[in-house]
Ligand binder design. Structure first.
Ligand code: TA6
Length: 312
């Protein structure tokens, strides 16, 4: 079983507009809503790939009920901590004229200390039956990175692998508690190792990933966008080259990649095999309008064209 934690769930609203004008009235051509927040995208993707998934985190209000009903209908099991606030909405505006994407993310409701304790207790109970856990996304108001520290410590005590996919202070704090895997972007990895990295300088990026790996994080994955991704782990440093796909929505592709890793790890694949599966799922996710979703047939077609190269 794969366990996902989404502290800051969201209803993801994708607006399709034509020629977005800041400061003007903009009419939306079509709207799509999905149960989102990074961990829920991970959960859906892992379920589509055929794994049993349990989603936990915080939910509240009518939006929380919408999310619960939606994931239930999609086949994902859930055990959330219910809070007094209203789960946030995150808006992703796709301008179909200039093919540009704009994201507007709400901060999320305030979570009390007793609810944080309740989530920790749930995680401690559920991690026992899990093969792997993925803890993803930002923290809602009132929730300090302490939440992720406590989760990572429980995971370590239970002898389970915990992936931490977050950013900012939560990531800087989190890496001190040795998550099994992180997936920072180039700016974030630069902040973690204390130097600004040049995206064009591959050697510098490989070196930074190695540095984090040597700090005690078994797997460090860096997305290089359309150029694929890079992974530093015990077996070496690997680069995944992905074929060019007809991308229609790249929101949630990073979450889909994490979903692919959870599936590979739960199936006992080697890390390079996990990278291949995760890259295929993430590329397939870019080919659909729906956020945090992919079609098996797209993934299977892409998988054969992914090249995993050992760099050192
Ligand atoms: O990665 C896409 C996404 O998960 C969206 O579903 C959206 O809800 C957003 O990211 C949330 O990001 P955050 O960093 O605030 O948790």
């Amino acid at each position: 079983m794969i366990l996902t934690v989404t502290a800051n769930a969201a209803i993801d609203k994708r607006y399709i507009v034509r020629g977005l004008q800041v400061g003007e009235v903009n009419r939306v051509q079509s709207v799509e809503m999905s149960a989102g927040g990074k961990g829920l995208n991970v959960a859906r993707v892992a379920h589509i790939a055929g794994e049993e998934v349990l989603a936990t985190g915080f939910l509240g209000g009518h939006s929380g009920e919408f999310i619960q009903e939606t994931i239930k209908a999609e086949g994902v099991k859930d055990d959330f901590v219910w809070c007094d606030g209203e789960t946030r909405s995150c808006v992703n505006i796709w301008d179909d004229d200039c093919k540009v994407q704009t994201e507007i993310l709400e901060p999320g409701f305030a979570v009390s200390e007793s609810k944080v304790d309740a989530l920790i207790a749930k995680f401690e109970e559920r991690i026992v039956e899990a093969d792997i856990a993925a803890v993803s996304g930002s923290l809602p108001k009132g929730c300090s990175p302490e939440l992720y520290r406590r989760i990572l410590e429980i995971g370590e005590k239970a002898g389970k692998k915990v992936i931490l996919d977050t950013s900012g202070e939560a990531l800087r704090e989190g890496i001190r508690y040795r998550p099994f895997m992180i997936k920072p972007n180039i700016d974030e990895i630069g902040q973690l190792v204390g130097k600004k990295l040049n995206p064009g300088n591959r050697e510098e990026i490989y070196g930074a990933a190695d540095e984090l790996h040597e700090m005690g994080i078994p797997v460090v994955v860096i997305s290089l966008g359309a150029s694929g991704s890079l992974m530093s782990c015990q077996e070496g440093v690997f680069r995944a080259q992905v074929p060019k796909v007809e991308a229609v929505n790249t929101v949630g592709c990073g979450d889909s990649m994490i979903g692919g890793f959870t599936v590979g790890i739960a199936r006992g694949l080697s890390m390079p095999e996990c990278l291949k599966l995760a890259s295929a799922i993430s590329s397939a996710a870019a080919m659909t309008d729906r956020t945090g979703f992919f079609r098996m047939e797209d993934m299977e077609k892409i998988a054969g064209d992914i090249v995993i190269e050992k760099i050192r």
